[in-house]
Design a protein around this ligand. Structure first.
Ligand SMILES: C[S@@+](CC[C@H](N)C(=O)[O-])C[C@H]1O[C@@H](n2cnc3c(N)ncnc32)[C@H](O)[C@@H]1O
Length: 271
């Protein structure tokens, strides 16, 4: 396929998969439907639409923003440039959260910085008796998260707009989870790959990347029930700093978990 060659030529490793997904998007077909339709000649309109999507990908626009879709924890989510593209690494945070919520339990969980809603919706979907409150300061992100909840028929998530804990003043939860912005303001990665296209407010956590993590750790004890837990995703080199923050805020059983690649990825503690 010519599209695969052009993407490969531009150094895109996932060229075949990308070309298939873009073609499926141009034709409004799933990958399975594409296989059946493989021998069909494209109409001029279809071929123009495919060319347009291919050009966007050749400009390194993230595939998820072009197709508007991304799978996370088995859920098909709508994504737009208003939200961070959900990452596979974040599934570790969901695994750890679910391990703390027995299937039949009615827990109240807080997700801070919900973005597309990926974490809140995954927890809500797997633990339908629990209630999740999902907060974001970006109205555009919340609109996407609400749309995802509706499309998936998930009703046990309440969304609220505001600055971290502000919308839940006086409320306490059994579990608080967050994947906050944690990239340092001058990190050169911000100028590379997908990060160039993603919302700055979803990525940057101040000069050392720890600003949001500091605010969340400091605010969490007042919003946790006795023995409630806080779980935070962070950068691969921020585990030690997070453990110091958590211990300083009085958390116990503080520890860090590694992702499948062995990088420190999630830290947490018990109030
Ligand atoms: C790294 S993204 C995570 C999005 C999603 N939870 C995920 O894991 O893909 C961080 C999110 O925090 C939100 N955010 C940034 N500052 C915030 C603040 N002060 N209060 C609430 N949310 C904030 C951003 O809008 C963004 O959606």
């Amino acid at each position: 396929m010519q599209g695969v060659r052009r993407l490969l030529g531009a150094g895109i490793d996932s060229a075949r998969l990308d070309a298939e997904l873009l073609l499926g998007c141009a034709l409004g077909m799933s990958r399975e439907e594409l296989i059946v339709a493989a021998r069909r000649k494209l109409s001029v309109v279809e071929s123009d639409r495919y060319e347009d999507l291919l050009r966007r990908r050749l400009n390194r626009e993230p595939l998820a923003y072009i197709t508007g879709r991304r799978e996370f924890y088995g859920l098909e989510l709508h994504v737009t440039p208003a939200v961070l593209i959900p990452r596979p690494e974040t599934e570790l945070l969901v695994d750890l959260a679910l391990a703390r919520i027995p299937a039949a339990a009615e827990r109240h969980v807080l997700d801070l910085g919900t973005g597309s809603g990926c974490i809140a919706l995954s927890i809500a979907h797997a633990r339908f008796r629990s209630r999740i409150t999902a907060i974001d300061s970006a109205p555009g992100a919340l609109a996407v998260a609400r749309e995802n909840a509706q499309a998936l028929g998930i009703e046990n998530v309440a969304f609220a707009e505001g600055n971290w804990f502000a919308p839940v003043a006086g409320q306490r939860f059994e579990l608080i989870v967050s994947n906050p912005p944690y990239v340092a303001a001058h990190d050169p990665h911000l100028l590379q790959g997908d990060l160039r296209y993603e919302p700055r407010a979803a990525l940057i956590g101040g000069v050392d990347g720890l600003d949001a993590l500091r605010v969340i750790v400091a605010g969490a004890p007042a919003h946790l029930r006795p023995s409630g837990a806080l779980l935070l995703e962070h950068g691969y080199d921020q585990g030690a700093a997070c453990r110091i923050l958590l211990e300083g805020a009085g958390f116990h059983a503080v520890r860090t978990w590694q992702d499948l690649a062995g990088r420190e990825r999630v830290s947490g503690g018990v109030a």
